[in-house]
Design a protein around this ligand. Structure first.
Ligand code: 13P
Length: 250
């Protein structure tokens, strides 16, 4: 954790929860103080309006899990930036590994989505990360650099980053604090080369991949780790709040 970057914690619900569960969740979240970390929930699209109503007046922000690069048109099953804004979003995930893998999203498509997010007033949370095979082949830095350099030209100066090693997502095999710090420091150095020192110094780089209440404190102690993008553990408001509290900023 850095003294200058306010921690940011995202809850990526992926394709989970129904509207009644989302309402219960918000009620439980609202009873507890989230401290000084900035918090964003990324529910699936049908839950956005339920959450927007439930979170009105709360400091918790809302984001979409994906967007189409276009503003409108004949794109069955897609959601646009203006629609996300209309549903109450301030944020959007771009380039999550489940989109890159399951939907064959290329670096160029991720860059187009980042550009659309910025154009429509959303803050993109750009996700990068290597697979197990790429790590074993010692390609981690090359992959991170390729994914990051492709997305950045569209990002101007309003974006945040998430390092999500694919091998750690949903597996329980969390990156050690040392492995996470090494990747985060590499990403920040690359950011400085591409965007300049000032942007690299202010950008929050979140860790995602089996983050949970037991490992959050050790991970957030790393100097280049500025919060979490939480999947499974964010479905339980108590676990999610414990992770948020581990990011207490003083
Ligand atoms: P898990 O926390 O379930 O490993 O998911 C991480 C993730 O993909 C967040 O975007």
């Amino acid at each position: 954790m850095s003294p200058i970057r306010r921690p940011l914690v995202g809850g990526n619900w992926k394709m989970n929860l129904l509207s009644a569960e989302a309402r219960d969740y918000v009620a439980r979240l609202g009873q507890l103080s989230v401290g000084q970390a900035e918090v964003v929930l990324f529910p699936s699209f049908p839950l956005l309006t339920t959450l927007a109503r439930g979170l009105a007046g709360s400091p918790v922000a809302l984001g979409g899990q994906d967007l189409h690069p276009g503003a409108k048109g004949a794109h069955t099953g897609d959601v646009s930036g203006p629609q996300l804004v209309d549903a109450g979003c301030q944020w959007v995930l771009c380039g999550h590994s489940e989109r890159r893998q399951d939907h064959h999203e290329s670096d160029a498509l991720v860059a187009a989505k980042v550009a659309a997010a910025i154009e429509h007033g959303l803050t993109p949370l750009i996700c990068v990360g290597e697979t197990q095979e790429e790590r074993q082949a010692e390609e981690t830095f090359a992959i991170l650099e390729r994914q990051l350099r492709a997305a950045l030209p569209s990002a101007r100066d309003r974006f945040e980053l998430a390092y999500e090693p694919v091998w750690a997502i949903g597996t329980g095999a969390t990156a050690t604090p040392e492995i996470a710090q090494e990747a985060h420091a590499f990403l920040r150095r690359t950011l400085a080369e591409v965007m300049g020192e000032a942007i690299a110094a202010r950008c929050r780089i979140l860790y995602g991949g089996s983050a949970n209440p037991d490992n959050a404190a050790d991970l957030i102690a790393q100097p280049d780790l500025d919060g979490f993008l939480v999947g499974g553990a964010s479905l339980d408001p108590d676990k999610f709040l414990t992770i948020i509290r581990a990011c207490g900023w003083s």
